[in-house]
Ligand binder design. Structure first.
Ligand code: GDP
Length: 452
């Protein structure tokens, strides 16, 4: 997400590093590079123009000496202006005063509408709601089947409805299904109805008419436009067309995991006036986040996104297990390979290593971590786990038992090499020693010293 823009912006800030004051000359160089960074990231031209105007105005006004260096001043101005472009506050989700709240999903075919409907249902369920899903795509039976699969995967209720084989697909059928689904949601005690609609490859009048009819019938609290971030300005243009007709209440940007540029994200709100409400960051149902403009700006500016990382840890990690591990490891008793495997499993629950490292700031003590993310071998974790799985229970509890012939057996059993088994045992030995020295008296003594 945003890697290109982030790298390029940081390079442009470097132009000003080491400069004592902001002058016409040095600021113009930096501004030129910032403009280029935005354009190369596929940000809408009008958005770039107005953004640059505001940045220039403030940069010129910032010449008065402050405690901040010129490069720090520019970083702050750019961060503030990007936050303005994305919307200062996290957009709120609207609920109807009378349930069920209806959410109409809009977007082109392939944008990720069905996947997002499921993700949203799961997100709402976590928030204590009882969502129901319905697909009113009467044109493609496969689309309704796909939503049924998504509903099963997320454990959300689904209104299947009946489509008689003899009926001609069209708007009346769509409206009938939608009406029945709303009634069913109310009868079933579901407080939210998510309506997945038929997509098209491009914008056509039949689709738009149908969406307008659905809006009239359902009076939805939210009309979410689902946009594939990887299609950049095309996504922004279709968002505009849908917004002109339907007055969307928000956008969901999908496939952010594959979009290094971020042009759609930085343009959509300015062009439509509707805020981004969610991001899709992968194919799995939980690869979905509420959109927080300040956190995204922090990521773009290379400051990472510690808030999201902590939230993820809070949600996914088993606090009890982590505490038991820490106590055991620091007690001097040491930890076993079994504990080691459990820790790996815990970390894996938080997502790929790459996605974790990328949320760390690329400046300060974590410098280099985000870059290292590019070279992370995700398969390495699976291989380590297989190696530990191939050990006997006894071996996992007493690594000293693992001699040469056992190493050969473990390597063969896990489909790895003796060298990999050796590496793992060496790493485990080093960690074990480190924890013992931290905890086995040393840590306690240090603590006592601090307390006295
Ligand atoms: P629809 O035609 O708009 O309903 O689109 P689908 O929900 O069928 O999604 C189209 C494709 O995009 C599917 O292969 C999804 O798995 C994939 N997809 C959807 N959202 C994301 C996302 O956030 N990240 C990635 N990598 N793929 C996604």
């Amino acid at each position: 997400m945003f890697e290109n823009l982030s790298d390029k912006l940081q390079r442009s800030f470097k132009t000003l590093r080491g400069q004592g004051t902001i002058t016409d000359e040095n600021v113009s160089d930096a501004l030129r590079e910032i403009r280029l960074a935005l354009l190369e990231s596929d940000v809408n031209l009008e958005v770039v123009k107005s953004l640059m105007e505001r940045i220039r105005e403030q940069a010129m006004g910032a010449r008065v000496a402050t405690a901040l260096s010129p490069s720090e001043q520019i970083v702050k101005i750019v961060a503030d202006e990007l936050t303005n472009v994305l919307g200062k506050d996290t957009a709120r989700f609207k609920f109807a005063s009378q349930p069920p709240t209806v959410i109409l999903m809009a977007g082109l075919q392939g944008s990720g509408k069905t996947t997002t409907s499921g993700k949203l249902a799961q997100w709402l369920k976590k928030g204590g709601h009882r969502p129901m899903l319905v697909s009113v795509d009467v044109y493609r039976p496969a689309a309704r089947e796909q939503l049924a699969i998504v509903a099963r995967a997320t454990g959300a209720n689904l209104y299947e409805g009946k489509l008689d084989p003899g009926t001609t697909p069209g708007t009346p059928e769509v409206l009938r299904l939608a009406k029945e689904a709303r009634r069913d949601a109310a009868n079933f005690g579901c407080d939210i109805l998510i309506v997945d609609t038929a997509g098209r490859l491009g914008i056509d009048t039949a689709l738009m008419d149908e969406m307008s009819e659905l809006k009239k019938l359902l009076n939805p609290s939210e009309i979410l436009f689902v946009a594939d971030a990887m299609t950049g300005q095309d996504a922004v243009n279709s968002a505009k067309a849908f917004n002109d007709l339907l007055a969307i209440t928000g956008a969901v940007l999908t496939k952010m995991d594959g979009d290094a540029r971020g042009g759609a994200a930085l343009s959509i709100r300015q062009v439509t006036g509707a805020p981004i409400k969610f991001l899709g960051t992968g194919e799995k149902p939980d690869a979905f986040e509420a959109f927080h403009p300040d956190r995204i700006v922090s990521r773009i500016m290379g400051m990472g996104d510690i808030a999201t990382l902590l939230e993820r840890a809070e949600e996914k990690l088993d606090r009890g297990k982590a505490e038991t591990f820490a106590k055991k490891a620091l007690s001097g008793e040491g930890f076993t390979l079994e504990d080691f495997r459990e820790q790996l499993r815990q970390i894996k629950k938080m997502g790929s290593m790459k996605s974790i490292l990328k949320m760390l700031p690329s400046v300060g003590p974590f410098a280099g971590m985000a870059q290292a993310a590019e070279n992370v071998d995700e398969g390495q974790f699976t291989r380590i786990e297989s190696i530990i799985n191939s050990m006997t229970n006894k071996e996992r509890h007493n690594a000293d038992l693992i001699n040469g012939s056992r190493r050969k057996r473990i390597a063969a059993g896990s489909g790895t090499s003796v060298q990999e088994v050796n590496n793992l045992l060496r790493q485990y030995g080093q960690m074990s020693k480190m924890f013992k020295s931290m905890g086995g008296g040393g840590g306690m003594k240090a603590q006592q010293r601090m307390m006295s």
